[in-house]
Design a protein around this ligand. Sequence first.
Ligand SMILES: *Cc1c(COP(=O)(O)O)cnc(C)c1O
Length: 393
Amino acid sequence: MAIKSFHPPQRILMGPGPSDVSPRVLAAMARPTIGHLDPVFVTMMDEMKALLKYAFKTENELTMPVSAPGSAGMETCFVNLVEPGDKVIVCQNGVFGGRMKENVERCGGIAVMVQDDWGRAVDPQKLEDALKANPDARIVAFVHAETSTGALSDAKTLVEIAHQHNCLAIVDAVTSLGGSPLKVDEWMIDAIYSGTQKCLSCTPGLSPVSFSTRALEKIKSRKSPVQSWFMDLNLVMGYWGGAAKRAYHHTAPINSLYGLHEALVILQEEGLENSWARHQKNHLALRAGLEAMGLNFVVPVKDRLPQLNAISIPDGVDEVAVRNILLNDYQLEIGAGLGAMAGKVWRIGLMGHASNPRNILVCLAALDDALGRAKAPVKRGVAVDAAQKVLAG
Ligand SMILES: *Cc1c(COP(=O)(O)O)cnc(C)c1O
């Protein structure tokens, strides 16, 4: 049996990630592989760190991409900062807060869960109450942009509250980096991780992270070694660290890093603030179209995340059939519900390169057709017009 080369179809990726990858990024990844200690490569790594500092709005020296997906960035934060017996307050308002709890417990820490409704921002008052009830807590962790529900939390306020109670703050910015205002230094975030396949328009598989000096002090004063050899920042920094000569730790995913470098160059060309504004404007256009059809958002306006639009599935509609029409007839992928929201919502992503007027109009026209064929109780023939009015405005 002669298996032939794999040629994936060209899709439009408007789910919860991966999102469309810029052709410039794909082209960069096809450039020649060189050694990961080659001086030319090391220069590229220094540029990468500078570009990531720009994207995170930080001067943190320890800012670099972990050689693995967002979940590994999450794990890097927890294994380095949580020691056995440490009490960690985890604010959960969706799927990813639950993963934080798993991480804390696998590090031997004690997770105190602060639950918020799915589809709502994390409530700062509940965090404050939990910290008052747990004066021995050392760390607070929360998700800035909950991709499972489309809710955006007030990271600045949550970090402030954590610091008032002598806690470090770990923030999940997998879906916010590049898409929503995020200011690591100004908001005094201690440890943050992201992903490359959401608003950075890059392929999956890398996780930008950044650690403050406060976080580094905690890591340096650990009583026990970090349980993970691969993610131990003391070792990783021998490769990614300062000006000293680089030592082999693991073989970096060289071509993937070319891709992230290019993605960050694109972000810098556009301007970070312009990218945030583009995500917001395109969200408003998509929203106008969806609401004109009579579809309803899950998240109230004040908590809404522009790059992830969760809408309720109309009663009696076969949600899988609708997504199949989008995928097979329009080459368009949107996301299904996750966790408690499985079967109840669709998640339409407008992330990075995919957040553009063409995708909005194609998505609305395709949904109009698919929902019509599914006999959904929606208003037909109005969505594209409503979105175009916002795009023109
Ligand atoms: C996608 C995502 C992750 C996990 O990232 P992977 O690259 O899939 O490992 C973590 N947190 C949030 C909020 C995400 O959206």
